[in-house]
Design a protein around this ligand. Structure first.
Ligand SMILES: CC(C)(COP(=O)(O)OP(=O)(O)OC[C@H]1O[C@@H](n2cnc3c(N)ncnc32)[C@H](O)[C@@H]1OP(=O)(O)O)[C@@H](O)C(=O)NCCC(=O)NCCS
Length: 161
């Protein structure tokens, strides 16, 4: 198993199928374009030459009004990093690879957060994956039922930073 950037692997992802056509199309049509333009960085996990799953990360911000009341914050947009896409091929689902992609992402985010202000990890979850993120401690935002956040302190502590 190894990770490749989409730049290195864009000709090897055509057979990827996670069961969600938007997420399939993103990897095959847009991930490389967005990586090239600096909008989102995509990493693909491979089992030899087979794409197992992928994740796309980008920067984000959350309006103060949309953050949980119990977290004390200044009243301006709060910096975050977004897991913009995360999917596992159907043949590899329920074998721990979603967890692996999430761990890979959180490791990168924890590293960045040592040098750049990041308060939350954020994800806009599809209906079928909400419970996956909740399983790993993500909290739904009261103002937007699709948006989940994980405070950076939890990520840093878990990664030993
Ligand atoms: C959701 C998805 C990423 C999960 O990946 P996966 O490889 O199947 O999940 P894993 O095997 O790594 O599961 C890790 C843990 O999460 C749990 N889990 C997995 N999918 C879950 C779900 N939908 N709801 C709740 N828990 C889930 C597993 O039980 C496992 O628990 P454990 O750590 O206690 O053993 C994957 O099924 C997928 O790509 N689905 C289709 C596309 C999609 O909806 N993507 C998310 C869009 S943002």
């Amino acid at each position: 198993m190894n990770y490749l950037s989409i730049k290195e692997s864009r000709n090897r992802v055509k057979d990827f199928d996670c069961g969600n056509s938007d997420l399939n199309a993103y990897l095959k049509r847009y991930a490389y374009k967005n990586d090239k333009s600096g909008i989102g960085r995509t990493f693909v996990l491979f089992d030899n030459d087979k794409p197992v799953g992928y994740v796309t990360l980008c920067s984000a911000s959350i309006d103060f009004e949309n953050t949980p009341n119990n977290i004390k914050l200044p009243r301006y947009p709060i910096p975050a990093i977004k897991i913009a896409r995360l999917a596992v091929d159907k043949k590899y689902q329920n074998k721990g690879f979603g967890k692996e992609l999430l761990a890979f992402s959180l490791e990168k985010i924890a590293m960045l957060a040592q040098f750049i202000g990041v308060k939350f990890v954020v994800v806009d979850a599809k209906e079928e994956s909400k419970s996956f993120y909740e399983h790993f401690g993500f909290i739904p935002l009261p103002t937007n039922g699709d948006r989940f956040i994980l405070p950076i302190e939890i990520v840093m502590r878990a990664r030993g930073h």
